[in-house]
Design a protein around this ligand. Structure first.
Ligand SMILES: Nc1ncnc2c1ncn2[C@@H]1O[C@H](COP(=O)(O)OP(=O)(O)OP(=O)(O)O)[C@@H](O)[C@H]1O
Ligand SMILES: [Mg+2]
Length: 262
């Protein structure tokens, strides 16, 4: 069954049309690249899909359920988890505490039970810590687990965002420019992590990323947006060859990486 179906979604900010008749279908197991120049509407699409923004029109269905009006928290509990283009961490909390916050979103005991140290809360807290530690290991953040998030480099902070998202037990992971600000070796490690989450763990992923080399290497399918609309969709190599796709990148911020591809 289709995991996510966005149908004819529109989003206006006053006179600005950020999304127009935007439709997207994601099947379980997909690793889909959502690309397009600055201001194309990629982050707005994520915001509408995850419930951060209410669409002006259209519908969003997740796992066969209409979630158009569901809160971001409810969508997260259903398994729709994202990272943010502008990193959103608790800078004064440790890396482990930040990742545990992600696990809380999917846990059965309420944070109140945990904070009050009630038995059910204590057991849940142990479980949450174990989940967080597993995700910290998966993202190679063990050396930083006890450090405050604010003290980490930009690239490491991006990895904490991903670890926190993974701790939320996603069925659909939406990554908004996860490689922004990373150096080459960090990008390489990130690509390997995304690939293994998809291939080995079967996690369904949507990747918004300006680095075309990375997107083309990772994603089998691409959706290209421009001015709030989908302008191309299909197998990565085919899409990157299309004249309209090449044109939207020329004269604007060039995609990083293999600029010759566009
Ligand atoms: N909260 C907002 N209020 C007003 N306009 C907005 C708001 N959010 C986005 N926009 C506008 O909507 C359009 C799409 O923006 P969006 O951030 O979705 O693009 P993007 O594809 O994510 O770009 P980038 O690659 O730079 O992150 C832009 O014209 C932007 O200025
Ligand atoms: Mg964006």
């Amino acid at each position: 069954m289709t995991l996510l179906q966005a149908t004819d979604v529109g989003k206006h900010f006053g006179g600005v049309i950020a999304l127009s008749r935007f439709s997207l279908t994601i099947e379980p197991g997909d690793l889909l690249g959502l690309i397009g120049p600055n201001g194309a509407g990629k982050t707005t699409a994520f915001n509408v899909i995850t419930g951060v923004l209410r669409p002006s029109e259209g519908h969003i269905a997740f796992d066969g359920r209409d979630v158009t009006r569901a809160s971001p928290e409810r969508r997260a509990r259903l398994g729709m988890v994202r990272t943010f283009q502008n990193i959103r961490l608790f800078d004064d909390l440790t890396v482990r505490q930040n990742v545990m916050a992600g696990a809380h979103a999917a846990a059965s005991a309420s944070p109140v039970e945990s904070v009050l140290g009630l038995p059910r809360g204590r057991a849940a807290e142990r479980r949450i810590r174990a989940i967080a530690d597993a995700m910290i290991e998966r993202t190679a953040l063990e050396p930083f687990a006890g450090q405050t998030a604010g003290a980490l480099s930009y690239g490491d902070r991006r990895r904490v965002e991903i670890a926190r998202a993974l701790a939320g037990a996603p069925r659909l992971l939406l990554l908004d420019e996860p490689a922004a600000g990373m150096n080459d070796s960090e990008k390489h490690a990130l690509s390997a992590l995304i690939d293994s989450l998809n291939r080995e763990d079967g996690l369904t992923i949507v990747l918004v990323e300006h680095n075309i080399t990375m997107v083309a290497a990772l994603c089998r399918r691409l959706v290209v947006m421009n001015k709030g609309e989908v302008i191309a969709e299909g197998a990565a190599a085919d899409v990157l060859r299309q004249p309209e796709v090449r044109e939207v990148y020329l004269g604007r911020r060039r995609p990083q990486g293999e600029a010759a591809a566009c």
